[in-house]
Design a protein around this ligand. Sequence first.
Ligand code: NDP
Length: 444
Amino acid sequence: MSYVDEVIERVIAKNPAEPEFHQAVTEVLDSLRPVVEANEELYRKNAILERIVEPDRQFKFRVPWVDDKGQVQVNTGYRVQFNNSIGPYKGGLRLHPSVNLGIIKFLGFEQIFKNSLTSLPIGGGKGGSDFDPKGKSDREVMAFCQSFMTELCKYIGADVDVPAGDIGTGAREIGFMFGQYKRIRGMYEGVLTGKGLSYGGSLARTEATGYGLLYITDEMLKCNGESLKGKTVCVSGAGNVAIYATEKAQQLGAKVVTCSDSTGWIYDPEGIDVALLKEVKEVKRARLTEYAAARKSAEYHEGKGVWSVKCDVALPCATQNELDIEDAKTLVANGCMAVCEGANMPTTLEATAYLKENKVYFLPGKASNAGGVATSALEMSQNSERLSWTFEEVDGKLQQIMINIFHNLDDAAKRYGMEGDYVAGANIAGFEKVVDAMLAQGVC
Ligand code: NDP
Protein backbone atom coordinates (compact mmCIF):
# COMPACT_ATOMS: atom_id res chain seq x y z
CA MET A 1 0.00 0.00 0.00
CA SER A 2 1.30 3.49 -0.79
CA TYR A 3 2.38 5.83 2.02
CA VAL A 4 -0.54 8.18 1.23
CA ASP A 5 -3.10 5.33 1.41
CA GLU A 6 -1.60 4.03 4.65
CA VAL A 7 -1.99 7.44 6.29
CA ILE A 8 -5.53 7.98 4.99
CA GLU A 9 -6.51 4.55 6.33
CA ARG A 10 -4.96 5.34 9.71
CA VAL A 11 -6.72 8.72 9.93
CA ILE A 12 -10.10 7.10 9.25
CA ALA A 13 -9.49 4.35 11.82
CA LYS A 14 -8.14 6.73 14.50
CA ASN A 15 -10.77 9.43 14.08
CA PRO A 16 -14.11 7.66 13.74
CA ALA A 17 -17.30 9.67 13.12
CA GLU A 18 -15.41 12.62 11.63
CA PRO A 19 -16.43 12.33 7.95
CA GLU A 20 -15.59 15.93 7.03
CA PHE A 21 -12.07 15.48 8.44
CA HIS A 22 -11.65 12.23 6.49
CA GLN A 23 -12.83 14.03 3.35
CA ALA A 24 -10.38 16.91 3.77
CA VAL A 25 -7.43 14.62 4.51
CA THR A 26 -8.29 12.36 1.56
CA GLU A 27 -8.61 15.30 -0.83
CA VAL A 28 -5.32 16.87 0.24
CA LEU A 29 -3.19 13.73 0.49
CA ASP A 30 -4.59 12.31 -2.73
CA SER A 31 -3.43 15.31 -4.69
CA LEU A 32 -0.02 15.28 -2.98
CA ARG A 33 0.82 11.81 -4.31
CA PRO A 34 3.42 12.98 -6.85
CA VAL A 35 5.28 15.05 -4.22
CA VAL A 36 5.10 12.28 -1.65
CA GLU A 37 6.31 9.65 -4.14
CA ALA A 38 9.23 11.87 -5.15
CA ASN A 39 10.31 12.29 -1.48
CA GLU A 40 8.98 9.09 0.05
CA GLU A 41 12.07 8.01 1.97
CA LEU A 42 12.60 11.39 3.61
CA TYR A 43 8.92 11.87 4.44
CA ARG A 44 8.50 8.35 5.85
CA LYS A 45 11.61 8.62 8.01
CA ASN A 46 10.39 11.93 9.43
CA ALA A 47 6.74 10.79 9.63
CA ILE A 48 5.76 13.96 7.79
CA LEU A 49 2.28 12.78 6.81
CA GLU A 50 1.51 11.24 10.21
CA ARG A 51 2.54 14.52 11.87
CA ILE A 52 0.68 16.80 9.51
CA VAL A 53 -2.67 15.02 10.01
CA GLU A 54 -2.38 15.05 13.82
CA PRO A 55 -3.22 18.40 15.45
CA ASP A 56 -0.59 19.86 17.79
CA ARG A 57 -3.41 19.95 20.37
CA GLN A 58 -7.17 20.31 20.62
CA PHE A 59 -9.34 21.86 23.31
CA LYS A 60 -12.98 20.99 23.97
CA PHE A 61 -14.78 22.83 26.74
CA ARG A 62 -18.11 23.58 28.38
CA VAL A 63 -19.65 27.00 27.67
CA PRO A 64 -22.41 27.77 30.19
CA TRP A 65 -24.41 30.99 29.81
CA VAL A 66 -27.73 32.40 30.99
CA ASP A 67 -30.54 33.16 28.50
CA ASP A 68 -33.04 36.01 28.73
CA LYS A 69 -35.47 33.87 30.73
CA GLY A 70 -32.86 33.22 33.40
CA GLN A 71 -32.33 29.65 32.18
CA VAL A 72 -28.77 28.28 32.11
CA GLN A 73 -27.80 26.98 28.67
CA VAL A 74 -24.77 24.81 27.92
CA ASN A 75 -22.83 24.70 24.63
CA THR A 76 -19.58 23.03 23.66
CA GLY A 77 -16.55 25.10 22.64
CA TYR A 78 -13.60 23.92 20.51
CA ARG A 79 -10.18 25.16 19.50
CA VAL A 80 -7.92 22.96 17.41
CA GLN A 81 -4.32 24.16 17.10
CA PHE A 82 -3.24 22.16 14.11
CA ASN A 83 0.21 23.23 12.97
CA ASN A 84 2.40 26.24 13.85
CA SER A 85 5.46 25.45 11.75
CA ILE A 86 5.34 28.72 9.84
CA GLY A 87 3.70 31.05 12.37
CA PRO A 88 1.18 31.41 15.22
CA TYR A 89 -2.03 29.41 14.78
CA LYS A 90 -4.58 31.38 12.79
CA GLY A 91 -8.12 30.46 11.80
CA GLY A 92 -11.71 31.47 12.44
CA LEU A 93 -14.30 30.65 15.09
CA ARG A 94 -17.48 29.07 13.71
CA LEU A 95 -20.73 29.46 15.66
CA HIS A 96 -23.33 27.13 14.17
CA PRO A 97 -25.44 24.25 15.55
CA SER A 98 -23.72 21.83 13.13
CA VAL A 99 -20.28 22.41 14.71
CA ASN A 100 -18.53 19.33 16.09
CA LEU A 101 -14.91 18.26 16.51
CA GLY A 102 -14.71 16.66 13.03
CA ILE A 103 -15.83 19.86 11.33
CA ILE A 104 -13.37 21.98 13.30
CA LYS A 105 -10.58 19.52 12.47
CA PHE A 106 -11.37 19.56 8.75
CA LEU A 107 -11.34 23.35 8.79
CA GLY A 108 -8.12 23.50 10.84
CA PHE A 109 -6.38 21.03 8.56
CA GLU A 110 -7.32 22.98 5.42
CA GLN A 111 -6.24 26.17 7.13
CA ILE A 112 -2.60 24.97 7.37
CA PHE A 113 -2.25 24.91 3.59
CA LYS A 114 -4.38 27.98 2.96
CA ASN A 115 -2.32 30.06 5.36
CA SER A 116 0.89 28.78 3.85
CA LEU A 117 -0.34 29.76 0.37
CA THR A 118 -0.78 33.39 1.44
CA SER A 119 3.03 33.52 1.87
CA LEU A 120 2.46 35.22 5.25
CA PRO A 121 3.80 33.79 8.56
CA ILE A 122 0.66 32.10 9.93
CA GLY A 123 0.05 28.52 11.08
CA GLY A 124 -3.23 26.60 10.94
CA GLY A 125 -5.99 26.41 13.56
CA LYS A 126 -9.76 26.63 13.88
CA GLY A 127 -12.40 26.77 16.57
CA GLY A 128 -16.01 27.45 17.37
CA SER A 129 -19.07 26.17 19.12
CA ASP A 130 -22.45 24.58 18.47
CA PHE A 131 -24.03 27.82 19.74
CA ASP A 132 -26.48 29.38 17.26
CA PRO A 133 -26.45 33.20 17.37
CA LYS A 134 -29.57 33.25 15.17
CA GLY A 135 -32.64 34.47 17.02
CA LYS A 136 -30.66 35.37 20.16
CA SER A 137 -30.75 38.82 21.72
CA ASP A 138 -27.57 40.91 21.84
CA ARG A 139 -27.39 40.24 25.58
CA GLU A 140 -27.58 36.49 25.05
CA VAL A 141 -24.88 36.61 22.37
CA MET A 142 -22.70 38.64 24.75
CA ALA A 143 -23.28 36.18 27.59
CA PHE A 144 -22.26 33.30 25.34
CA CYS A 145 -19.20 35.12 23.91
CA GLN A 146 -17.96 36.11 27.36
CA SER A 147 -18.29 32.58 28.69
CA PHE A 148 -16.63 31.15 25.56
CA MET A 149 -13.68 33.55 25.86
CA THR A 150 -13.33 32.95 29.62
CA GLU A 151 -12.06 29.48 28.71
CA LEU A 152 -10.53 30.17 25.29
CA CYS A 153 -8.30 33.00 26.61
CA LYS A 154 -6.10 30.42 28.35
CA TYR A 155 -4.92 29.04 25.04
CA ILE A 156 -4.55 32.04 22.72
CA GLY A 157 -2.38 35.18 22.41
CA ALA A 158 -1.02 37.55 19.77
CA ASP A 159 2.07 35.37 19.23
CA VAL A 160 0.39 32.06 20.07
CA ASP A 161 -2.96 31.68 18.36
CA VAL A 162 -5.03 34.45 16.78
CA PRO A 163 -8.66 33.45 16.04
CA ALA A 164 -10.94 35.35 13.65
CA GLY A 165 -14.56 35.28 12.44
CA ASP A 166 -16.26 32.55 10.43
CA ILE A 167 -19.87 31.44 9.97
CA GLY A 168 -21.92 33.04 12.75
CA THR A 169 -18.99 35.05 14.12
CA GLY A 170 -19.12 38.60 12.81
CA ALA A 171 -18.05 41.99 14.14
CA ARG A 172 -20.52 41.84 17.05
CA GLU A 173 -19.24 38.50 18.36
CA ILE A 174 -15.57 39.44 17.85
CA GLY A 175 -16.18 42.65 19.82
CA PHE A 176 -17.71 40.81 22.78
CA MET A 177 -14.92 38.22 22.77
CA PHE A 178 -12.17 40.85 22.52
CA GLY A 179 -13.68 42.77 25.44
CA GLN A 180 -13.66 39.66 27.60
CA TYR A 181 -10.09 38.70 26.64
CA LYS A 182 -8.85 42.19 27.50
CA ARG A 183 -10.69 42.09 30.82
CA ILE A 184 -9.40 38.70 31.94
CA ARG A 185 -5.85 38.92 30.63
CA GLY A 186 -5.44 42.62 31.41
CA MET A 187 -3.64 43.26 28.15
CA TYR A 188 -4.42 45.01 24.93
CA GLU A 189 -3.04 42.97 22.09
CA GLY A 190 -4.08 41.83 18.62
CA VAL A 191 -5.39 38.48 19.82
CA LEU A 192 -8.35 38.40 17.44
CA THR A 193 -8.78 39.67 13.90
CA GLY A 194 -11.92 40.96 12.28
CA LYS A 195 -12.04 43.62 15.02
CA GLY A 196 -14.00 46.86 14.69
CA LEU A 197 -12.13 49.78 13.16
CA SER A 198 -12.21 51.79 16.39
CA TYR A 199 -10.20 49.16 18.29
CA GLY A 200 -7.56 47.73 15.98
CA GLY A 201 -9.48 46.33 13.03
CA SER A 202 -8.20 46.63 9.49
CA LEU A 203 -9.89 48.49 6.70
CA ALA A 204 -10.92 46.07 3.92
CA ARG A 205 -11.07 43.03 6.26
CA THR A 206 -14.86 42.87 5.90
CA GLU A 207 -14.59 42.83 2.12
CA ALA A 208 -11.42 40.74 1.93
CA THR A 209 -12.65 37.17 1.39
CA GLY A 210 -15.22 38.08 -1.24
CA TYR A 211 -12.98 40.60 -3.00
CA GLY A 212 -10.04 38.19 -2.87
CA LEU A 213 -12.17 35.46 -4.43
CA LEU A 214 -12.88 37.72 -7.39
CA TYR A 215 -9.26 38.90 -7.72
CA ILE A 216 -8.03 35.33 -8.05
CA THR A 217 -10.94 34.29 -10.29
CA ASP A 218 -10.19 37.23 -12.57
CA GLU A 219 -6.49 36.35 -12.70
CA MET A 220 -7.23 32.71 -13.49
CA LEU A 221 -9.64 33.67 -16.28
CA LYS A 222 -7.14 36.16 -17.72
CA CYS A 223 -4.38 33.54 -17.72
CA ASN A 224 -6.74 31.28 -19.68
CA GLY A 225 -7.61 33.98 -22.22
CA GLU A 226 -10.98 34.81 -20.63
CA SER A 227 -12.37 37.69 -18.57
CA LEU A 228 -15.12 38.34 -16.06
CA LYS A 229 -16.57 41.17 -18.11
CA GLY A 230 -20.08 40.37 -19.31
CA LYS A 231 -20.16 36.96 -17.57
CA THR A 232 -23.22 35.67 -15.73
CA VAL A 233 -22.30 34.55 -12.23
CA CYS A 234 -24.21 32.43 -9.70
CA VAL A 235 -23.32 33.00 -6.06
CA SER A 236 -24.64 30.92 -3.15
CA GLY A 237 -24.88 32.23 0.40
CA ALA A 238 -25.85 35.69 1.56
CA GLY A 239 -23.29 36.17 4.29
CA ASN A 240 -19.99 38.00 4.48
CA VAL A 241 -18.25 36.13 1.67
CA ALA A 242 -21.24 36.06 -0.69
CA ILE A 243 -22.08 39.75 -0.30
CA TYR A 244 -18.58 41.05 -1.04
CA ALA A 245 -17.99 38.51 -3.80
CA THR A 246 -21.16 39.81 -5.44
CA GLU A 247 -20.07 43.42 -4.99
CA LYS A 248 -16.61 42.88 -6.54
CA ALA A 249 -17.95 40.66 -9.36
CA GLN A 250 -20.27 43.48 -10.36
CA GLN A 251 -17.44 46.05 -10.11
CA LEU A 252 -15.45 43.85 -12.50
CA GLY A 253 -18.26 43.85 -15.05
CA ALA A 254 -20.02 40.55 -14.35
CA LYS A 255 -23.71 40.09 -13.56
CA VAL A 256 -24.52 38.11 -10.40
CA VAL A 257 -28.03 36.66 -10.62
CA THR A 258 -28.41 34.51 -7.48
CA CYS A 259 -27.85 34.36 -3.74
CA SER A 260 -29.15 32.01 -1.04
CA ASP A 261 -29.45 31.41 2.67
CA SER A 262 -30.21 28.38 4.79
CA THR A 263 -33.90 28.45 3.94
CA GLY A 264 -34.15 29.53 0.30
CA TRP A 265 -32.63 31.28 -2.70
CA ILE A 266 -33.11 34.26 -4.98
CA TYR A 267 -33.01 34.45 -8.77
CA ASP A 268 -32.70 38.06 -9.87
CA PRO A 269 -32.16 38.27 -13.65
CA GLU A 270 -31.56 42.03 -13.43
CA GLY A 271 -28.55 41.37 -11.20
CA ILE A 272 -28.44 41.22 -7.39
CA ASP A 273 -28.96 44.60 -5.74
CA VAL A 274 -26.01 44.56 -3.30
CA ALA A 275 -27.19 47.54 -1.26
CA LEU A 276 -30.54 45.83 -0.67
CA LEU A 277 -28.86 42.52 0.15
CA LYS A 278 -26.65 44.26 2.73
CA GLU A 279 -29.69 45.96 4.24
CA VAL A 280 -31.56 42.63 4.56
CA LYS A 281 -28.63 40.51 5.80
CA GLU A 282 -26.17 42.83 7.54
CA VAL A 283 -28.56 45.35 9.07
CA LYS A 284 -31.89 43.57 9.60
CA ARG A 285 -30.43 40.01 9.86
CA ALA A 286 -33.61 38.92 8.04
CA ARG A 287 -34.56 36.15 5.58
CA LEU A 288 -34.19 36.51 1.82
CA THR A 289 -37.96 36.71 1.48
CA GLU A 290 -37.48 40.36 2.49
CA TYR A 291 -35.14 40.87 -0.47
CA ALA A 292 -37.75 39.42 -2.84
CA ALA A 293 -40.51 41.52 -1.26
CA ALA A 294 -38.51 44.70 -1.90
CA ARG A 295 -37.42 43.93 -5.46
CA LYS A 296 -39.74 43.39 -8.42
CA SER A 297 -37.27 41.50 -10.62
CA ALA A 298 -36.44 38.90 -7.93
CA GLU A 299 -37.95 35.42 -7.55
CA TYR A 300 -37.72 33.66 -4.17
CA HIS A 301 -37.59 29.84 -4.04
CA GLU A 302 -37.68 27.67 -0.94
CA GLY A 303 -34.86 25.15 -0.37
CA LYS A 304 -31.78 24.63 -2.50
CA GLY A 305 -31.49 25.51 -6.21
CA VAL A 306 -28.87 28.14 -7.03
CA TRP A 307 -26.88 25.75 -9.26
CA SER A 308 -29.87 25.10 -11.54
CA VAL A 309 -29.51 28.63 -12.96
CA LYS A 310 -27.50 28.91 -16.20
CA CYS A 311 -24.21 30.71 -15.59
CA ASP A 312 -20.64 31.11 -16.84
CA VAL A 313 -19.05 31.21 -13.40
CA ALA A 314 -20.26 29.59 -10.15
CA LEU A 315 -19.08 30.89 -6.78
CA PRO A 316 -20.23 28.69 -3.87
CA CYS A 317 -19.96 30.95 -0.81
CA ALA A 318 -22.25 29.36 1.81
CA THR A 319 -21.00 26.18 3.50
CA GLN A 320 -19.34 22.77 3.09
CA ASN A 321 -20.69 20.20 0.62
CA GLU A 322 -23.36 22.51 -0.81
CA LEU A 323 -22.45 21.69 -4.44
CA ASP A 324 -22.91 17.97 -5.10
CA ILE A 325 -22.58 15.72 -8.15
CA GLU A 326 -26.08 16.52 -9.43
CA ASP A 327 -25.33 20.24 -9.18
CA ALA A 328 -22.02 19.71 -10.99
CA LYS A 329 -23.81 17.88 -13.82
CA THR A 330 -26.32 20.72 -14.15
CA LEU A 331 -23.57 23.35 -14.18
CA VAL A 332 -21.66 21.48 -16.89
CA ALA A 333 -24.82 20.93 -18.96
CA ASN A 334 -25.51 24.67 -18.70
CA GLY A 335 -22.04 25.54 -20.04
CA CYS A 336 -20.47 26.79 -16.81
CA MET A 337 -16.73 27.41 -17.43
CA ALA A 338 -15.43 28.03 -13.90
CA VAL A 339 -16.21 27.10 -10.31
CA CYS A 340 -14.26 29.03 -7.68
CA GLU A 341 -14.90 28.23 -4.04
CA GLY A 342 -15.64 31.11 -1.67
CA ALA A 343 -16.71 28.81 1.17
CA ASN A 344 -14.54 26.10 2.71
CA MET A 345 -14.96 22.76 0.88
CA PRO A 346 -18.39 23.61 -0.62
CA THR A 347 -17.89 21.10 -3.45
CA THR A 348 -18.09 17.38 -2.73
CA LEU A 349 -15.17 15.19 -3.87
CA GLU A 350 -17.39 13.55 -6.51
CA ALA A 351 -18.54 16.91 -7.86
CA THR A 352 -14.97 18.24 -7.96
CA ALA A 353 -13.84 15.20 -9.96
CA TYR A 354 -16.75 15.62 -12.40
CA LEU A 355 -16.01 19.33 -12.94
CA LYS A 356 -12.33 18.59 -13.56
CA GLU A 357 -13.14 15.75 -16.00
CA ASN A 358 -15.36 18.16 -17.89
CA LYS A 359 -12.62 20.79 -18.14
CA VAL A 360 -14.31 23.31 -15.88
CA TYR A 361 -11.67 25.59 -14.31
CA PHE A 362 -11.82 24.79 -10.60
CA LEU A 363 -10.21 26.87 -7.86
CA PRO A 364 -10.28 25.24 -4.40
CA GLY A 365 -11.30 27.32 -1.38
CA LYS A 366 -7.95 27.03 0.32
CA ALA A 367 -6.58 29.23 -2.48
CA SER A 368 -9.57 31.21 -3.61
CA ASN A 369 -10.92 32.24 -0.20
CA ALA A 370 -7.48 32.89 1.32
CA GLY A 371 -8.00 36.64 1.01
CA GLY A 372 -9.79 36.67 4.36
CA VAL A 373 -7.00 35.14 6.36
CA ALA A 374 -4.37 37.05 4.39
CA THR A 375 -6.02 40.32 5.37
CA SER A 376 -6.31 39.06 8.94
CA ALA A 377 -2.55 38.63 8.86
CA LEU A 378 -2.29 42.20 7.55
CA GLU A 379 -4.44 43.24 10.53
CA MET A 380 -1.91 41.47 12.81
CA SER A 381 0.93 43.40 11.16
CA GLN A 382 -0.87 46.71 11.68
CA ASN A 383 -1.56 45.82 15.34
CA SER A 384 2.13 45.00 15.90
CA GLU A 385 3.17 48.26 14.29
CA ARG A 386 0.43 50.16 16.17
CA LEU A 387 -0.49 51.72 12.82
CA SER A 388 -3.49 51.60 10.49
CA TRP A 389 -3.14 51.39 6.75
CA THR A 390 -5.59 52.97 4.28
CA PHE A 391 -8.28 50.93 2.52
CA GLU A 392 -6.39 51.27 -0.76
CA GLU A 393 -3.15 50.06 0.81
CA VAL A 394 -4.75 46.94 2.28
CA ASP A 395 -6.85 46.26 -0.82
CA GLY A 396 -3.76 46.66 -3.04
CA LYS A 397 -1.79 44.18 -0.93
CA LEU A 398 -4.75 41.77 -0.96
CA GLN A 399 -4.99 41.93 -4.74
CA GLN A 400 -1.26 41.22 -5.11
CA ILE A 401 -1.43 38.33 -2.64
CA MET A 402 -4.32 36.72 -4.57
CA ILE A 403 -2.50 37.12 -7.89
CA ASN A 404 0.63 35.56 -6.36
CA ILE A 405 -1.39 32.66 -4.95
CA PHE A 406 -2.74 31.89 -8.40
CA HIS A 407 0.73 31.90 -9.98
CA ASN A 408 2.25 29.83 -7.16
CA LEU A 409 -0.38 27.11 -7.48
CA ASP A 410 -0.31 27.23 -11.27
CA ASP A 411 3.49 26.82 -11.23
CA ALA A 412 3.33 23.99 -8.66
CA ALA A 413 0.81 22.10 -10.82
CA LYS A 414 3.04 22.57 -13.88
CA ARG A 415 6.18 21.42 -12.01
CA TYR A 416 4.50 18.09 -11.31
CA GLY A 417 3.07 17.68 -14.82
CA MET A 418 -0.50 18.49 -13.77
CA GLU A 419 -1.07 21.73 -15.65
CA GLY A 420 -4.51 23.20 -14.99
CA ASP A 421 -5.10 21.02 -11.90
CA TYR A 422 -5.44 23.89 -9.45
CA VAL A 423 -6.51 21.62 -6.60
CA ALA A 424 -3.24 19.72 -6.78
CA GLY A 425 -1.32 22.96 -7.36
CA ALA A 426 -2.78 24.61 -4.26
CA ASN A 427 -2.16 21.60 -2.06
CA ILE A 428 1.39 21.13 -3.31
CA ALA A 429 2.37 24.81 -3.03
CA GLY A 430 0.90 25.06 0.48
CA PHE A 431 2.36 21.74 1.62
CA GLU A 432 5.93 22.29 0.36
CA LYS A 433 6.51 25.36 2.52
CA VAL A 434 5.09 23.74 5.66
CA VAL A 435 7.15 20.57 5.18
CA ASP A 436 10.27 22.59 4.64
CA ALA A 437 9.71 24.34 7.98
CA MET A 438 8.83 21.07 9.74
CA LEU A 439 12.02 19.41 8.54
CA ALA A 440 14.12 22.42 9.57
CA GLN A 441 12.61 22.42 13.08
CA GLY A 442 13.33 18.76 13.81
CA VAL A 443 11.04 16.30 15.57
CA CYS A 444 8.37 18.42 17.25
P1 NDP B 1 -21.85 33.92 7.17
O1 NDP B 1 -22.35 33.36 8.43
O2 NDP B 1 -21.67 35.40 7.05
O3 NDP B 1 -22.76 33.46 5.94
C1 NDP B 1 -23.00 32.13 5.64
C2 NDP B 1 -24.09 32.06 4.59
O4 NDP B 1 -24.30 30.70 4.23
C3 NDP B 1 -25.42 32.58 5.11
O5 NDP B 1 -26.13 33.14 4.04
C4 NDP B 1 -26.10 31.31 5.61
O6 NDP B 1 -27.51 31.40 5.60
C5 NDP B 1 -25.62 30.30 4.60
N1 NDP B 1 -25.53 28.95 5.21
C6 NDP B 1 -24.88 28.59 6.35
N2 NDP B 1 -25.05 27.28 6.60
C7 NDP B 1 -25.83 26.82 5.61
C8 NDP B 1 -26.35 25.55 5.31
N3 NDP B 1 -26.11 24.49 6.10
N4 NDP B 1 -27.11 25.45 4.19
C9 NDP B 1 -27.33 26.52 3.39
N5 NDP B 1 -26.87 27.74 3.62
C10 NDP B 1 -26.13 27.89 4.72
O7 NDP B 1 -20.47 33.17 6.86
P2 NDP B 1 -19.30 33.59 5.88
O8 NDP B 1 -19.85 34.26 4.68
O9 NDP B 1 -18.26 34.27 6.70
O10 NDP B 1 -18.71 32.16 5.50
C11 NDP B 1 -19.20 31.39 4.40
C12 NDP B 1 -18.19 30.34 4.08
O11 NDP B 1 -16.94 30.96 3.74
C13 NDP B 1 -17.86 29.34 5.19
O12 NDP B 1 -17.55 28.09 4.61
C14 NDP B 1 -16.61 29.94 5.80
O13 NDP B 1 -15.85 28.95 6.46
C15 NDP B 1 -15.91 30.42 4.56
N6 NDP B 1 -14.91 31.44 4.77
C16 NDP B 1 -15.22 32.64 5.37
C17 NDP B 1 -14.25 33.59 5.52
C18 NDP B 1 -14.56 34.93 6.05
O14 NDP B 1 -13.66 35.78 6.05
N7 NDP B 1 -15.77 35.23 6.48
C19 NDP B 1 -12.84 33.33 5.13
C20 NDP B 1 -12.65 32.08 4.44
C21 NDP B 1 -13.64 31.18 4.30
P3 NDP B 1 -28.30 32.19 6.76
O15 NDP B 1 -28.26 33.65 6.33
O16 NDP B 1 -29.65 31.59 6.72
O17 NDP B 1 -27.56 31.95 8.03
